[in-house]
Write a protein that binds this ligand. Structure first.
Ligand code: MSP
Length: 650
C-alpha cells in the first residue's frame, strides 16, 4: 500500500479543438488519480500540450501571428475544458516552456556526446503544399500525395538520426519479461509484431529552412528537433529530470502513461529506446485505450460527427458525462458514443438505481426518525450481513480494478451493490414496518441502507466528485475520507443529520430529448459546415431558454464609426464601433452584403460580452446581429437609424 503513483495523459496538439477522445483520456487519468489519492498513495497527475511542429506553424502563419501567440491562445481551450470537467491535474506542461526546452536540449546533447546521433542523407518523396515526406508505399497512383493528391518530388536533405536500431533486441526482451509494461497484453503483442521487422534509426531533426518552429538542436543551429522526440520528453522534464533528482526518483519508477491506441509505437518503441540511451528505466506501464466512435463510425471533422465534450457537459452535467465515459468504455476496446446509449445508461444506473436508493432511504429516515441516522435496533440478520458483505466486497473489487487500470470493472461491481441494496429495500419493505409495529427492525434496515449508501457514495466519488459530495453530505457523512474509512463497517454515526438533496439524477425523458439540439453524437448525416449550422439553427428553434439564460448575452446598441473589408477575404469586414463611449473593433462576415461606405453612422446591435476572438489575425470583440434569409442578409439596426450607442437591448 501507499506506493507512489504517477499518471500522465498524452500532451495534446495545441491547435486541435478538444473533443471527446481528448476528454476521455484526461477524465480517465483524473479518475484513476482520484482513486489513488483515496487509497492514500502519494499521487502526481500530469497533462499538457504539444506545441511545436508544422501544423502549429502553418496555423499561425495563416493567422499572421507567431506560433507562440497562436499556442498561447489555443492552449486555453484545453485549460478551460479541464476546468469545466473538474480535472484535478497537479501540473500542466507546455512544450514551449523553458523547463521543457532546456531538458530536451540537454538530452539531445547527452545522446550526441555518447555517439548515438549521426548525420546522414535523408531521401524521400516530399509534398510541397502539405510540407510532408511520404514513403513509397504511402503514395497513391505512382507518386501522388495521399493527402492532397498532388505530385510529390523526390528530395534529398541531410538530417540527424538517433541510433534506435541498436536497441531492438533489448526492447523485445524487455517487453517479453515485463508483462505490465504494455497493457492490454494484446497491445504488447502488437508492438512485438512491429519489432519483428528490422527497426530503423529515428530521424530526429528537421532543417530550419523547411520548419523553424521547434527546439533548436544544441549541436547544429540549422536544425530543430523532430516534434515527437521533443514531446515524449515532457513526461520526465515535468518531474525534475536533470534539475531535481530527488523529485524525479520519487515519481518516475511509478509512471503510468495513458494513451490512445493511435500513438502506441511512439510510446512503446521510440520512448523506451530514448530512455535507454540516457540510462533511464522505461515507465512502469503504458496503457493504450481504444477509440471512441460516433455510433459505429470513425469520428472526423469532415463527417461532422465529432462529439464536443463541452456540449455534453452542458447538456447532461459534468458528473453524468464523466460517469458515462468511464463506465461505457471497456478499457482497451473501442466504444461507440450515441446520445441514446448515454440516456439509457444514465436513466438506468444513475436515475433509477442510485437516485432511487438515495431518495427512498433519505425520505424514510426523515419521516420515521426525524431526519437523524437511526441506531440499529435489532441484531443483524443474514439479510443485512449478506448485503453489507457485498458492498464491502465492492471496495476490494474497486481497489483491485483501479490498480489493474480497469475502472469500468470496479464501477460495474458498485452498481451491482446498489441494485442489491434496492432489492434489499424491496424485500424488507421498510415503508410498511412502522405501521406493523416493527420500528426497531426499521431502524436496522434504514441504518443498513444508509451505510451502503455511504460506501457506494465514497466508491463513486472519484468519478462523480460533485454529485457524490452532495450524496455524502445528505446522509450526514464527511467528504474527506480514504478507502480505509470505506472498509470499516459502521462508519455512519447514529444521530447524524440527514437532509433531502432532492433528485440527484433527474430522469431524462426520452420525448424531451428528441426535441433537443446537439445531435453531434449521432452518426453524421451532415455533409458540410453550412448544413451542420442550418441543422443546428433548426434544432435550436425547438429549445426553450429561460429569461436568465437569454440575459446572459449582453445585447447593446453600437454606432459604426469606420468599416473596411479585410484584405485577402471576400466575406469579412472590420468595423470600428462606439459602444456608449467605449471604442470596439469587431470582424463580421458581412462584406458580401454591405459596402464599407454604407456602414458608418448606423446604429447596430451587438452581443457585447462575447469572448474576444482573433479572426484572420484581427481581434474581434463582440458579434453583430443580422438576419439572414437565403442569399440576403440585413443588419439588425435600431429603428430610425440614429440612436444612442451603448444602450441595453432586450
Ligand atoms: N501530441 C500527440 C501526443 C504526444 S504525447 C507525448 C498527439 N496529440 S493528439 O492531440 O492527437 O491527442 C492524441 C490522443 O487523444 C490520443 O492518444 C487519445 O488519447 C486521444 N484521442 C484522440 N481521438 C480519440 C478518439 N476518437 N477516441 C479516444 N481517444 C482519442 O497525438
Amino acid at each position: 500500500m501507499s506506493d507512489a503513483f504517477y499518471v500522465t495523459t498524452p500532451i495534446y496538439y495545441v491547435n486541435d479543438k478538444p473533443h471527446i477522445g481528448h476528454a476521455y483520456t484526461t477524465v480517465l487519468a483524473d479518475v484513476i488519480a482520484g482513486y489513488h489519492r483515496r487509497f492514500g498513495d502519494p499521487t502526481w497527475f500530469l497533462t499538457g500540450t504539444d506545441e511545436h511542429g508544422q501544423k502549429v506553424q502553418k496555423a499561425a502563419d495563416a493567422r499572421g501571428i507567431t506560433p507562440l501567440q497562436h499556442a498561447d491562445e489555443t492552449v486555453e481551450r484545453y485549460k478551460e475544458l479541464w476546468k469545466r470537467l473538474g480535472i484535478r491535474n497537479d501540473d500542466f506542461i507546455r512544450t514551449t516552456e523553458k523547463r521543457h526546452t532546456e531538458i530536451v536540449q540537454k538530452i539531445l546533447q547527452d545522446i550526441y556526446d555518447r555517439g548515438l546521433i549521426y548525420k546522414a542523407e535523408y531521401k524521400g518523396n516530399y509534398c510541397v503544399p502539405c510540407e510532408r515526406f511520404f514513403t513509397e508505399k504511402d503514395l497513391v497512383d505512382g507518386n501522388l500525395c495521399p493527402d492532397c493528391r498532388r505530385p510529390t518530388t523526390e528530395i534529398t536533405e541531410y538530417n540527424y538520426f538517433f541510433k534506435m536500431s541498436q536497441y531492438q533486441d533489448w526492447l523485445i526482451e524487455y517487453i517479453t519479461s515485463h508483462p505490465d509494461f504494455i497493457l492490454p497484453a494484446f497491445r504488447a503483442n502488437e508492438t512485438l509484431g512491429f519489432l519483428k521487422k528490422p527497426l530503423g534509426d529515428l530521424c530526429i531533426s528537421r532543417p530550419k529552412s523547411r520548419l523553424s518552429w521547434g527546439i533548436e538542436l544544441p549541436f547544429d543551429k540549422d536544425y530543430v528537433c523532430y516534434v515527437w522526440f521533443d514531446a515524449l520528453i515532457n513526461y520526465i522534464s515535468a518531474i525534475g529530470y536533470g534539475t531535481d533528482p530527488k523529485r524525479f526518483s520519487t515519481w518516475w519508477p511509478h509512471a503510468h502513461h495513458l494513451i490512445g491506441k493511435d500513438i502506441l509505437t511512439t510510446h512503446t518503441v521510440y520512448w523506451p529506446t530514448m530512455l535507454k540511451a540516457i540510462g533511464i528505466e522505461p515507465p512502469h506501464t503504458i496503457l493504450a485505450h481504444g477509440w471512441w466512435l460516433s455510433g459505429k463510425d470513425k469520428m472526423s471533422k469532415s463527417a461532422g460527427n465529432v462529439v464536443n465534450p463541452m456540449d455534453m457537459a452542458d447538456k447532461y452535467g459534468v458528473d453524468a458525462f464523466r460517469y458515462f465515459l468511464i463506465s461505457e468504455m471497456t478499457l482497451g476496446q473501442d466504444a461507440g458514443f450515441t446520445e441514446d446509449a448515454f440516456v439509457t445508461r444514465y436513466n438506468s444506473d444513475l436515475a433509477n438505481d442510485l437516485g432511487n436508493m438515495l431518495s427512498r432511504a433519505v425520505k424514510l429516515t426523515i419521516r420515521e426518525f426525524e431526519g437523524k441516522v437511526p441506531k440499529p435496533g435489532t441484531p443483524l440478520t443474514e439479510n443485512e450481513k449478506v448485503l453489507l458483505s457485498k458492498v464491502s466486497n465492492a471496495v476490494d473489487v474497486m481497489e483491485k480494478s483501479i490498480r489493474e487500470l480497469h475502472p469500468d470493472k470496479g464501477i460495474e461491481e458498485v452498481i451491482s451493490a446498489v441494485r442489491a441494496t434496492n432489492k434489499y429495500m424491496e424485500q424488507t419493505a421498510p415503508w410498511s414496518l412502522s405501521k406493523a409495529g416493527k420500528k426497531d427492525y426499521l431502524a436496522t434496515v434504514l441504518y443498513t441502507a444508509l451505510e451502503c449508501l455511504r460506501v457506494v457514495g465514497g466508491l463513486l466519488s472519484p468519478v462523480m466528485p460533485e454529485k457524490m459530495s452532495v450524496l455524502l453530505k445528505s446522509i450526514g457523512w464527511k467528504t474527506e475520507f480514504t478507502f480505509k474509512d470505506l472498509r470499516s463497517a459502521g462508519g455512519l454515526e447514529p444521530g447524524s443529520v440527514i437532509t433531502d438533496p432532492g433528485q440527484l439524477f433527474p430522469r431524462i425523458q426520452v420525448e424531451e430529448k428528441k426535441a433537443e439540439p446537439a445531435k453531434a453524437a449521432k452518426p453524421a448525416k451532415v455533409e458540410s459546415k453550412k448544413q451542420a449550422k442550418d441543422a443546428k439553427d433548426q434544432a435550436n428553434l425547438n429549445v426553450i431558454v429561460t429569461i436568465d439564460e437569454f440575459f446572459r448575452s449582453a445585447l447593446k446598441t453600437a454606432t459604426v464609426l469606420e468599416a473596411e473589408p479585410v484584405e485577402g477575404t471576400t466575406k469579412l469586414m472590420k468595423l470600428q464601433l462606439d459602444v456608449g463611449g467605449e471604442k470596439r473593433q469587431i470582424v463580421a462576415g458581412i462584406a458580401q452584403y454591405y459596402k464599407a461606405e454604407e456602414l458608418p453612422g448606423r446604429t447596430i446591435v451587438i452581443v457585447s460580452n462575447l469572448k474576444p476572438a482573433v479572426i484572420r489575425g484581427i481581434e474581434s470583440n463582440g458579434m453583430l446581429l443580422a438576419a439572414k434569409a437565403g442569399d440576403s442578409l440585413k443588419l439588425v439596426t435600431v429603428d430610425g437609424g440614429r440612436f444612442v450607442s451603448g444602450a441595453s437591448v432586450g
